[in-house]
Design a protein around this ligand. Sequence first.
Ligand SMILES: [Zn+2]
Length: 416
Amino acid sequence: MRGARHTRIALALALGCLVVLPALAQAAPAARYRVSGARWPGTTIRYYSTLDSSWNWSLDHAVASWNSSGAAVRFVPTRSRASAQLTIGLERPHGAELAHATVGRHAGATLRIGSRTARTTVAARPFTTHLFAHELGHVLGLDHVPATASCTVMTARLLPACVAAQVPRAGYFDCSPLSIDDVRGAVRLYGGRVKAPPLRRPCAYAPLPPALLRVTLQPRSSATDVGTLTWVAPRTQLGTWQTVVERRTGPGCTTVAKVWTLAPATTRLLDAYRPADSDGAIPAGPVCYDLYTRNTAQRTSPRRRVTTTWSPPALAAPAGISLREWPASTVDYAFSATLPDTASVRVQWGAAGACPATVDEGTAITTSYVDGLGPVLLYVPTGPGCLSWFSVDPSGAESTSAPTQLAITHADAPPG
Ligand SMILES: [Zn+2]
């Protein structure tokens, strides 16, 4: 094992060691990269990984960041362990060590990642990617450099601020851990040309979740539902996404009126009309449903939209109306009536034989409630007339019933 040298990396945070970063302008240029291993011959380094596929995401991103750096060398996976120049695998960590690798050209070169400290979870992927990129830098022949403000990947300690790279938008992270100085070191060994910034680029934490299939909307099955949505749930990436259904209303369906978040196994949704609920009352007009999937990184699949036109169900007119005239000196009539659930009553007055056909403020009769009497009518004109009784949907004035008409002759004054 002559010439073999292992180098180790520790996490600054784990050691309780906070590094004070010097200003970038004060960092000595010569210390920004260090070459200590022999370069590999040719332009490729064949590697074989014994890691299970849950590590692929981080390893692939680390490999890609070196392969696209501009240095004239590439890491290439091989299916044959015998032909591999580098083997990558897990190892039980020693102390604070997270990973280690042989430095530069070396027979039986290895890269070992700590089985306990490195993680394959979505949230840990940027960190694990950084770790792989650091160790691959050793494999290329690079040694540690002092910490600088440039977040060089080849520092001996991973600086949390450099690993927790800025997230440009939800579900993405800065997936290229290399700095210009890291690439300069590789170009010094292998030739090529340092690719100009931006080396750093946003990568998605997770692939787009799968889109829902065969989304349909069956028309309403009763007076009190908008319809039934059905769809086929894809069988891929199971356990990583949920189904989201948005009910949208208004012109252009721009208003999100209600959102359902459903388990992936759900493939059917009946949207009932509940005028008493704040999100169950639906104004007449277009109704759109947007269906999509959303994963744990908040990425969403393409939307599938189905559209219908909604008209609220016809309200039943007031029934069983009974009137009691002059139950008290200040009250014209006490009344009772049977109304649909959640509806309120409106009463309109007209001359005899001219019952109002619609609700109209100009002829409205004042209704009130008096303890001991119940609902009452006030200020009813005397003499012969006609009362039209309407049920009114509380969710909006656009929904009223047909009138129930009742001829009356209101006496001038209370008897006695
Ligand atoms: Zn190292």
